[in-house]
Design a protein around this ligand. Structure first.
Ligand code: ADP
Ligand code: MG
Length: 478
């Protein structure tokens, strides 16, 4: 015969009574009312949010054992918390977590009844210090959705792969889906959009967005508090796990290790993993090989800087949303001038709007030019000859002085030639000026240096690798 909630709870209580002091039992367990037993999930009603948190913090293991004893390894616990301030004080309020296929997982998901405005908060089911306040429902930002994400050649693959994933999370070959691209090109926006779309299509799925830094901090805390198991269990509950800026895990071996286990568990159970990174997997340094190879299991899709038409379309969609009108020529000018990232494009638009409202000036092409020219100058720092010399010398472990000297030592000559080559490509200085900065050479020497470097790059793979690496360094720190 099937047991009732009351019978199961009585069984639990007799086990609990043997394991806690009489005062604790009276304080924390007597007030609990068993309300429901369904699908091997027992729901108990507790008087307050605080009460629930206290139970989770102090009696989680005990509750787990008691439930396991009464309901078997599949048994689960849900809390129902009496709403604070509600006149119908007996009406309880719970949210169910969709059934998981894992065994022996105690899964007490509850609503956060303290905050009546947040209607769908699912609390962290395991008490992990530092994690407790997280809204495990999603962490998704509603405005970063697909409707607001303008499509263009620059993002077509990533966008449509993301869309496919949101129709069938975990069920496509795009698992993991790794979105990569430079700063401000829309990775975070798209990652949120996918999460939001999944929640729209599958409200019961547990979706979590988190950036890799926060993930790392939580893990460090978990280690400190001796609760790494809870940490792992928590993440293994997800149906969709979105980790933003996963390259930030570079060099963090322990965090990579724990992420590796979470990744495997989720992947094996058909759960969707979405990652973003500023580089494609092959270029991420400081990341364990086994993780990198897993990143490549699914699909890596890149986001590029939008082409001019898409930039203008993005600007139009932003002002349309805010109910603002701007002359086309102004939008075109903005789109034409800002080529670094979508974030800067937005920044330029905002400063233009701010200036015009502050000075009560109409936004004309002239005003746009004035503001944007200043803006562009501010954001695109110039690369100087000195800077290039410094990067090159650091790389070859030479002092900057020798490059500027007249010495003809072989290794110095080559470093000097490379510095000249980069100075030619990255600055607007004349060959003569560059020569003057590099050991008082004339313009013909600089020209010869550029040709030599070009030739060597074509014929010598190792040399080319040096130059490419230097190229990245120069760009990175510029
Ligand atoms: P990333 O994470 O790649 O650094 P973000 O996702 O934070 O970049 O994007 C920077 C800004 O640009 C955000 O405000 C985002 O909404 C906007 N953005 C990027 N791409 C698009 C796009 N295709 N359509 C509309 N807005 C975009
Ligand atoms: Mg981002």
């Amino acid at each position: 015969m099937k047991k009732t909630a009351a019978e199961v709870w009585t069984g639990c209580l007799s086990f609990i009574r043997d394991n806690v002091s009489p005062t604790s039992f009276k304080t924390w367990f007597e007030p609990i009312i068993p309300v429901k037993l369904e699908d091997n999930i027992i729901t108990i009603q507790v008087p307050t949010q605080f009460f629930y948190e206290w139970l989770e913090e102090h009696y989680l293991t005990l509750l787990k054992s008691a439930i396991k004893k009464e309901l078997g390894p599949d048994g689960k616990l849900e809390y129902s918390i009496v709403m604070a301030g509600s006149s119908a004080s007996t009406s309880a309020y719970t949210t169910k977590v969709p059934p998981t296929d894992r065994r022996a997982v105690l899964n007490p998901a509850v609503n956060a009844p303290m905050d009546l405005s947040s209607s769908k908060t699912i609390r962290n089911p395991f008490v992990v210090p530092g994690l407790k306040q997280i809204n495990i429902e999603s962490n998704l930002i509603p405005s970063k959705n697909f409707d607001n994400f303008v499509e263009g050649d620059c993002n077509r693959l990533a966008r449509s792969a993301g869309f496919a994933v949101s129709k069938n999370p975990g069920g496509t070959s795009f698992n993991p889906l790794l979105l990569y691209g430079g700063a401000g090109l829309g990775k975070t926006h798209l990652a949120h959009a996918i999460g939001i779309e999944i929640k729209k299509n599958f409200p019961d799925k547990i979706v979590l967005y988190i950036d890799a830094d926060k993930f790392t901090r939580q893990f460090v805390d978990a280690v400190k508090n001796n609760s790494t198991n809870d940490f792992v269990n928590f993440y293994q509950l997800m149906d969709v796990l979105i980790i933003d800026d996963v390259h930030h895990l570079s060099g963090k071996e322990k965090t990579q290790d724990v992420f590796f286990h979470i990744f495997n568990h989720l992947h094996q159970n058909g759960k969707q993993i979405i990652l973003t990174s500023d580089k494609p997997p092959v270029e991420i340094v400081g990341m364990e090989q086994r993780l990198l190879s897993r990143f490549k299991w699914g699909l890596s899709a890149d986001l590029q800087m939008p082409e001019l038409e898409t930039r203008i379309a993005i600007l139009k969609s932003k002002i349309y949303k805010d109910g603002i009108e701007l002359p086309d020529e102004v939008l075109e000018y903005l789109g034409y001038s800002i080529t670094s990232s979508v974030r800067e494009l937005e920044g330029a638009l905002i400063s233009l709007l701010a200036q015009s409202s502050y000075n009560k000036k109409e936004i004309t092409l002239e005003l746009a030019k004035k503001i944007i020219d200043r803006f562009v100058k501010n954001t695109q720092r110039e690369i100087s000859i000195e800077y290039i010399q410094k990067v090159v010398c650091d790389y070859f472990k030479l002092s900057v002085d020798v490059i500027k000297s007249k010495t003809r030592k072989r290794e110095v000559v080559q470093a000097r030639q490379i510095a000249m080559y980069f100075a030619k490509s990255y600055t607007k200085f004349s060959l003569a000026t560059i020569g003057a900065h590099c050991g008082g050479k004339d313009h013909a020497t600089v020209l010869h240096a550029c040709k030599t470097v070009n030739n060597l790059m074509e014929t010598d793979k190792r040399f080319k690798a040096y130059v490419d690496e230097l190229d990245k360094k120069i760009n990175l720190n510029a």
